[in-house]
Design a protein around this ligand. Structure first.
Ligand code: ZN
Ligand code: MN
Ligand code: MN
Length: 273
């Protein structure tokens, strides 16, 4: 795992997002003592303090199938425990998909699942960051109101936060096609979950147009999210970790795409408007 820290350092980043286990497998061997020690050593040596974890793609707390829901709760508990020993304050998660039982029922199941998870792990510090989704299929969490509903209905709302993904928000229908649209989106955030709940920003461009409800990430400035919209959001969320979930290949100029994307964002931030 510490390789992620070294890679981030090499790319001159001051934050990083990791999976604390294989994101496509239900069973995960427990973290070894040596690996935990190495992780903390590399946190120190790299000085990377902003670390975010992303949960497994298999977890679906809204599933109508009891066995899947139970497995998901168990795995999510494991995710939080891993964050706790690795000193990772924020765990980004996808709320879930209702798979046909309806949005209300799905959201209720998510709330009940979090109550069980929190009861099982009292006094854990890691915050769950509900990620806004693109709304593909029966996926929940593609509106700020869905996220607000979950936060307001769990027994321990102080353990909940939000991750805004710019590609997902645009695909879900939010207007990130210009600076004015992005300012409107911020107002919608203020009117629902509140800006302070947002603890992580996923800075991705979208291969698909606004409202298409498909989740396809693109390099910054190469998709349908407007450049000024990125600038408005990055300024509004100045002090929180901003994560690129764009393809990790080599750019045409031979540099890593991450370097190019960061440069693009930094240029955008510089321009006075
Ligand atoms: Zn995600
Ligand atoms: Mn994301
Ligand atoms: Mn995505």
């Amino acid at each position: 795992m510490y390789n992620a820290l070294l890679e981030a350092e090499r790319l001159e980043m001051d934050c990083v997002q990791v999976f604390t286990k294989n994101q496509r497998q239900w069973a995960a061997p427990p973290l070894k003592k040596d690996d935990i020690a190495l992780w903390h050593e590399h946190r120190q040596s790299t000085g990377i303090q902003h670390v975010v974890s992303h949960d497994s793609y298999l977890i679906n707390l809204a599933s109508p199938k009891r066995d899947v829901r139970e497995k998901s709760i168990k795995l999510y508990i494991d995710e939080i425990e891993r964050c706790e020993v690795l000193d990772i304050p924020h765990l980004v998660m996808h709320p879930g998909a209702h798979l046909g039982i309806g949005e209300e029922k799905g959201l209720d199941r998510i709330v009940k699942a979090f109550d069980r998870i929190h009861q099982k792990l009292p006094d854990y510090r890691t915050l769950t960051c509900l990620e806004i989704t693109a709304g593909q299929g029966t996926t929940l969490g593609y509106t700020l109101e869905h996220l607000q509903f979950i936060i307001e209905n769990v027994d321990e709302p102080d353990r909940m936060a939000v991750c805004i993904d710019t590609a997902h928000a645009l695909a879900a229908g939010y207007d990130l096609t210009g600076a004015a649209g992005a300012r409107g989106f911020l107002k919608q955030i203020d009117a629902t979950i509140g800006r302070d709940r947002v603890k992580v920003l996923h800075v991705n461009d979208s291969k698909v147009e606004r409202g298409k409800r498909v989740d396809r990430h693109e390099h910054i400035g190469h998709g349908y999210v407007d450049r000024e919209a990125f600038a408005v959001l990055c300024r509004a969320f100045k002090s929180i970790p901003k994560i690129l979930e764009t393809p990790k290949a080599e750019a045409p100029d031979g540099r890593p795409w991450d370097t190019v994307n960061i440069e693009t964002l930094q240029e955008l931030m510089k321009t006075k408007r």
